[in-house]
Design a binder for this molecule. Structure first.
Ligand code: GLU
Length: 380
């Protein structure tokens, strides 16, 4: 058994399932358990980790508060329960982490936030700012307003989207199972626990018990869906049992879990994403010196830019064109169209005068750029 499963990671997204936070019989918060988790989180934070929590439990807490005791709730009732429960959930997090002097921030997301570029950048910036200020973002789906078509429906997948959005190095799913087995353990007594999964293949998916259905929400199948999202983006994933007190400390002490290896480095995954999924919103033409610098792996500075076209905002994808007009690189631009136009051809001192001190020196940072070699993209 490996010693400290969390030791390699600095930026963690931790997903907490409803069944851990809320007692299934009474519908009440498991406050002692939450206090133990908060102590573990405070320990990780003190050791230098950035933490983002994806917490379920709004519907489970809200149904009791609203006296909804029907076994299965209608969509409207679930959305009302989420609304009442989310307040209780945020209070519980603020109080339990507050005991350790940690400030929490609440963010409620809907799926289009990860599909639409501007929302995505805003959510990511808010989370990054909270982290930089030493706070812990607590995230849930915006269940009260999300319509059936645009719901994640389960926080496993939401947490994978969040982990990739903030480029977490590891996503930890705490639930009532201690990892993946060769077959569903409830059905097959021969099922063996797998401590390590190098890649989520069809064979691995078959072990989870088949295709996703509305019944498998939160089950192993959705966890593997989350695993695919995370590992493809260069984020490792751990599934561990969280039901006992101090679940993260237990993981640090060698508790049983399954580790899913990332499929690529995060830098590689980011470059694939830049090349593969984004529409180019504009062009930056550069001089021969800048073209050479990019091929040598440097960032694009304003001084090398001769012409700016298109209509783009900061964070959009742009094509970088060489002196002969051919695309030589593609990347995420650090300034909007107007500012890019103002600083093109200017040296760094002039750029600082124009945009103010503390503005970025690069127009496209090399980490956000893919340099094209001939027709091929040089990725990672
Ligand atoms: N967002 C839901 C809630 O907070 C839970 C969804 C899930 O657990 O997967 O109640």
């Amino acid at each position: 058994m490996s010693a400290n499963a969390l030791a390699p990671y600095r930026r963690l997204t931790i997903k907490i399932g409803s069944a851990l936070l809320v007692d299934g019989k009474t519908g009440r918060l498991r406050s002692e358990w939450l206090a133990s988790l908060a102590a573990d989180l405070a320990g990780l934070k003190a050791a230098g980790c950035s933490l983002v929590i994806v917490s379920s439990g709004a519907v489970a807490l809200g149904r009791r508060r609203l006296g909804l005791d029907a076994r299965s709730l209608s969509l409207e009732q679930s959305q009302a329960a989420a609304s009442a429960g989310q307040i209780a959930l945020s209070q519980a997090w603020a109080a339990s982490l507050g005991e350790h002097g940690i400030v929490t921030g609440q963010i409620l997301l809907t799926p289009n936030i990860t599909e639409e570029r501007r929302y995505f950048l805003n959510a990511r910036t808010t989370i990054a700012t909270l982290l930089a200020l030493g706070a812990v973002p607590i995230i849930n789906e915006n269940d009260s307003v999300a319509t059936a078509e645009i719901r994640y429906g389960d926080n496993d997948r939401l947490s994978a989207r969040v982990a990739t959005m903030i480029e977490a190095d590891c996503l930890v799913l705490l639930s009532d199972v201690d990892g993946l087995y060769t077959a569903p353990p409830g059905k097959d007594p021969e099922a063996r626990h797998l401590p390590h999964v190098a890649a989520i293949t069809a064979e691995i998916e078959a072990m989870a018990g088949g295709a996703a259905s509305h019944l498998s929400r939160g089950g192993m199948t959705t966890k593997l869906e989350a695993g695919k999202i995370a590992t493809q983006a260069g984020t490792a994933m751990i599934i561990a049992r969280g039901t006992e007190s101090h679940p993260l400390k237990a993981l640090g002490d060698g508790a049983r879990h399954t580790l899913f290896e990332p499929a690529h480095s995060r830098a590689h995954a980011r470059k694939r994403w830049i090349m593969g999924t984004l529409e180019v919103a504009g062009n930056l033409s550069v001089d021969a010196g800048a073209a050479r610098a990019l091929r040598d792996g440097k960032s694009l500075l304003p001084i090398g830019v001769t012409r700016v076209t298109g209509d783009f905002a900061r964070g959009d994808a742009v094509a970088i064109l060489g002196p002969d007009g051919r695309e030589i690189a593609r990347g995420l631009v650090g300034l909007g169209r107007e500012d890019a136009d103002l600083v093109k051809g200017k040296n760094s001192a002039r750029v600082a005068e124009i945009l103010g001190a503390g503005s970025r020196a690069e127009l496209v940072h090399r980490d956000n750029m893919v340099v094209l070699m001939g027709m091929e993209a040089k990725v990672g």
